[in-house]
Ligand binder design. Structure first.
Ligand code: FPP
Length: 259
C-alpha cells in the first residue's frame, strides 16, 4: 500500500463547515444499473457510463477546491453479482487507467487504490500499483479508489494488525486509542471525509468508510451516477456549506464571541 504524504494531515484542526468548501469528498457512485435498465441496456453499459461520470468529476474536483476525492468502485459485497457483471467491474480500472492515466499524471492527480488485493487478478493489482507509482509525486488532487473494499473488512484487518503487534510484544492493548486505531486503517493517510455524497436516491452508507464517516456530512441526490455532472457536485457542496458542523460539541455564545 503506497503512503501519501499529505500537506494537510489527518491531524489537521477540525473546523465546521461555516460556509467553507469540503476538502475531502467521498462518493458512492450508485445508480449505474438503473440507468442502464431505463434505457433497455445491459447493466454493464451502466457501469461504463459510470466511468465517464467519474472522469467528469475527477476533472472538476480541483476547481471546486476539493483536495481529496475518495470513490467506491467495488465493494467486498459486490462479488455476489452475476459473473458477467463482476467481470465487467473488474475490467473498469484497467480501462480507466489505460485511457486516463496520462491525463491524471499531467494534471497532478495522485492515485491510490485501497481495498483487499485477494480475489483480484495479478494483472489488475499490477496496473493499480503502476498507476500509484506513476502519480506518486502529484499533489493537486488525491484520488483514492476503494476497490474490493469494505468498511467492516478494513476495520477487521486493522484490528488483526494491531493484535499482531500485541502478540509480537511491540504494543500493549492499553495503547489502543481511536487515533492509534485509525493508523491501521487503509485510509490512515487521508483526513476523514468532510462530505459523503450518494446519488441515485438511496440513503445508506453500504459499508463505505464506516469508521471515517463518524462526523462527515451526508448529501443524498436524486440523480443516477452516469448522469452525474460537475453541477450536481456543486449543488452537493452548496448544501454542505449550509451545514453547521459541531462534532458533538455545543458552541456557546462566549466561544463564538472569542472567534
Ligand atoms: C453501484 O451501482 C455501482 C457500482 C457497484 C460500481 C461503480 C463503479 C463505477 C461507476 C466505475 C468505477 C471505475 C473505476 C475506475 C474503479 P449499481 O450497479 O448498484 O446501480 P443500481 O443500484 O442502479 O443497480
Amino acid at each position: 500500500m503506497a503512503a501519501q504524504e499529505n500537506t494537510l494531515s489527518a491531524g489537521a484542526p477540525i473546523e465546521g463547515a461555516d460556509g467553507e468548501a469540503p476538502l475531502h469528498v467521498a462518493i458512492v457512485m450508485d445508480g449505474n444499473g438503473r440507468w442502464a435498465k431505463r434505457r433497455g441496456l445491459p447493466r454493464t453499459v451502466g457501469h461504463q457510463a459510470g466511468v465517464e461520470a467519474l472522469k467528469r468529476i475527477v476533472q472538476a474536483a480541483p476547481s471546486l477546491n476539493i483536495r481529496w476525492l475518495t470513490i467506491f468502485g467495488f465493494s467486498t459485497e459486490n462479488w455476489s453479482r452475476p459473473v458477467a457483471e463482476v467481470a465487467e467491474l473488474m475490467a473498469l480500472p484497467q480501462r480507466y487507467f489505460r485511457t486516463d492515466l496520462p491525463r491524471l499524471e499531467r494534471e497532478g492527480v495522485r492515485v491510490r487504490v485501497i481495498g483487499r488485493s485477494e480475489g483480484l487478478s495479478r494483472e489488475l493489482v499490477k496496473i493499480c500499483r503502476e498507476a500509484e507509482a506513476r502519480t506518486a509525486s502529484n499533489d493537486s488532487l488525491y484520488l483514492t479508489i476503494a476497490f474490493n473494499y469494505g468498511g467492516q473488512a478494513d476495520i477487521a484487518s486493522a484490528a488483526q494488525r494491531f493484535a499482531e503487534e500485541v502478540a509480537a510484544g511491540r504494543a500493549k492493548p492499553g495503547d489502543l486509542t481511536e487515533a492509534k486505531f485509525a493508523e491501521y486503517l487503509s485510509t490512515s493517510d487521508l483526513p476523514p471525509p468532510d462530505l459523503i455524497v450518494r446519488p441515485s436516491g438511496e440513503q445508506r452508507l453500504s459499508n463505505f468508510v464506516l469508521w471515517e464517516a463518524a462526523y462527515a456530512e451526508f448529501v443524498f441526490q436524486d440523480v443516477l451516477w452516469p448522469d452525474y455532472s460537475a453541477e450536481h457536485l456543486k449543488a452537493a457542496i452548496a448544501e454542505y456549506r449550509t451545514r453547521d458542523r459541531r462534532y458533538g460539541a455545543v458552541i456557546t455564545d462566549d466561544v463564538l464571541a472569542a472567534g
